[in-house]
Design a protein around this ligand. Structure first.
Ligand SMILES: C[S@@+](CC[C@H](N)C(=O)[O-])C[C@H]1O[C@@H](n2cnc3c(N)ncnc32)[C@H](O)[C@@H]1O
Length: 195
């Protein structure tokens, strides 16, 4: 499994936003929607061996975590608006107990960044994508692997401390600072070339 965890620092944690205002009122949810597209869409197909976790830390109900699994997902289309509608539907679900399924392959929970890391570190290697990490070329990226990325802001000090406690490999994709969704595309391309 190739998995991405994206932290949305201001991303809306309720479904109370307009699909016309995902970059504004929804706290840069547009960035996370592009990350969904980059994780799954090929020219003529969907990456079934990929998964994404979006950790929504904006108001009014943080944290909320949306998980999308490529082997199960349906009704996913490349336009941001329809993906935004799927995410909004998930956020409108009543959350009792654990993770709840919103639509095929799309799940929502109250898990925090810390809980997501705790859970994934039991089943997967954790890799921190960071501008000043070690060059991705030549790194061993075999097996079940989870890449952690931040949105338009860097991880906060306390978030980075939580992540570093799991002793991730810290990797850079190149000499410039890229958009989060572009990092996913570059990383998947790197993995594709190794297969
Ligand atoms: C738009 S950047 C974050 C903001 C940026 N650091 C700034 O303040 O200008 C989004 C995220 O993509 C990842 N990222 C960006 N460039 C990268 C690179 N060259 N190598 C690895 N990860 C990168 C990091 O996780 C980063 O937090």
């Amino acid at each position: 499994m190739k998995r991405f965890v994206v932290v949305g620092h201001r991303a809306a944690s309720s479904g109370d936003f307009k699909l016309d205002d995902m970059a504004g009122g929804a706290g840069r949810l547009d960035i996370l929607l592009r990350c969904i597209n980059s994780t799954f869409f090929l020219s003529h197909g969907i990456r079934r061996d990929a998964e994404i976790y979006l950790v929504l830390q904006g108001e009014p109900n943080p944290p909320r975590t949306i998980r999308i699994n490529g082997s199960e997902v349906r009704y996913l289309n490349p336009d941001e608006r329809s993906t935004g509608a799927l995410v909004r539907n998930a956020l409108l679900k009543d959350l009792e107990g654990d993770e709840v399924r919103s639509s095929p392959g799309i799940y929502i929970s109250k898990r925090s960044f810390s809980q997501v890391l705790e859970d994934l570190s039991k089943v997967s290697r954790i890799v921190y994508l960071k501008e000043d990490g070690q060059d991705v070329r030549g790194q061993d990226l075999e097996g079940d692997i989870t890449f952690v990325i931040s949105d338009h802001q860097d991880l906060r000090e306390e978030e980075e401390a939580l992540l570093l406690a799991h002793q991730p490999l810290t990797v850079t994709l190149g000499p410039l600072s890229y958009h989060a969704d572009h990092c996913i595309t570059i990383m998947l391309n790197e993995l594709d070339r190794r297969q």
